[in-house]
Design a binder for this molecule. Structure first.
Ligand SMILES: Cc1cc2nc3c(=O)[nH]c(=O)nc-3n(C[C@H](O)[C@H](O)[C@H](O)COP(=O)(O)OP(=O)(O)OC[C@H]3O[C@@H](n4cnc5c(N)ncnc54)[C@H](O)[C@@H]3O)c2cc1C
Length: 301
């Protein structure tokens, strides 16, 4: 297993921003994950610990992160059982899971086809689209507590809401949540029988629609702000006059106002500054206060 020193976090975030992680571990099994946690416990690796997935919703700091950052994106085993339940490791890539389910004739996961995150990160964010969200197809979540003990939570014990779950901030050791310091290590999802050809058609249509409406050729973190129901954040940003404008190396995408893209040499501080400029402009123009969906990681925990 790799435990890397001063690993650039920019390599582990889809917006390609972030300074060095003091240590960065990529376990590919439960045994390896437990081994890393044991090394931290014995002082052989530095704390604090932070769990991440594919970094598709994380803005890492320019200064990097102290302690040991653990990405579960190599823990990728999953199986689809004959009754339609899907038992998957936390690092399973959501589009891969959705594709496999569709190919094998299982319906209900199509909305995950364009979300470039892992199952663990998807559960933390209650990731989804207007067609569905992870909380709706979840049956159980497997968690590892800071002492290395496994717990299984039933869906009925978890209060999900729009892009929100009780696991948010838990991975950073934030003690305002009961899951502080817990890792999501796996989950059971539920699919329903469908028809292979129709599901593959839906898959292709969803991917095409994303490519048409989102700047997928530039590094980004997807939607920067949650939609302030009943409004769409992208439309409000568009109306505020910020679509296509930039600050430093970060641009408000000209294609989709709620996506900020890295033009090549953007930094986390520029991204944050652009967020505050856009929030102020939207508030001045529409009286709406936008709530960030992207998670900004502080340099000092
Ligand atoms: C082009 C693009 C399109 C997108 N479209 C959508 C969309 O349609 N809908 C949507 O909801 N999101 C979308 N996103 C955002 C993002 O993909 C989702 O939020 C995704 O669920 C994040 O998963 P991740 O594995 O990348 O998590 P990360 O960004 O790595 O982490 C997110 C949070 O989860 C925590 N975390 C991650 N894994 C674990 C774990 N195993 N245990 C404990 N904590 C963990 C992290 O510490 C962090 O707090 C998009 C992003 C991009 C770049």
């Amino acid at each position: 297993m790799s435990v890397l020193s001063t690993e650039p976090l920019s390599r582990h975030s889809t917006i390609r921003i972030g300074g060095p992680a003091e240590r960065f571990a990529l376990p590919s099994s439960m045994e390896e994950l437990l081994h890393v946690l044991d090394l931290v416990d014995r002082g052989a690796l530095p704390g604090p610990v932070r769990f991440v997935g594919n970094g598709s919703n994380l803005l890492f700091p320019d200064a990097g992160l102290p302690g040991t950052t653990i990405s579960l994106k190599r823990m990728t085993r999953f199986r689809i059982l004959p009754d339609g339940s899907i038992d998957a490791d936390a690092g399973t890539y959501l589009p891969r899971l959705a594709f496999r389910a569709a190919r094998e004739g299982w319906d209900g996961l199509g909305f995950l086809s364009g979300i470039p995150g892992t199952l663990g990160g998807g559960i933390v964010m209650n990731a989804g689209t207007r067609d569905g969200e992870i909380g709706n197809i979840l049956e159980k979540v497997r968690l590892l507590d800071p002492k290395g003990r496994l717990h299984t939570l039933d869906r009925s014990e978890i209060a999900f809401s729009y892009r929100s779950s009780p696991f948010q901030s838990a991975s950073s050791g934030d003690d305002r949540t009961p899951w502080s310091g817990y890792a999501i290590v796996g989950a059971v999802l539920r699919a329903v029988p469908g028809e292979h050809a129709g599901l593959m058609q839906e898959w292709n249509a969803l991917r095409k629609e994303r490519a048409r409406s989102q700047p997928l050729d530039c590094p980004s973190l997807g939607s920067v702000f949650r939609n302030p129901v009943p409004h769409a954040a992208g439309r409000l940003i568009d109306q505020s006059g910020w679509k296509g404008r930039s600050f430093g190396g970060i641009q408000v995408s000209a294609l989709h106002g709620n996506f900020f893209v890295n033009m090549g040499n953007g930094t986390a501080s520029e991204f944050c500054h652009l967020m505050s400029l856009v929030r102020k402009a939207v508030f001045d123009a529409a009286g709406v206060c936008l709530d960030p969906e992207v998670e900004t990681v502080p340099a000092v925990l």
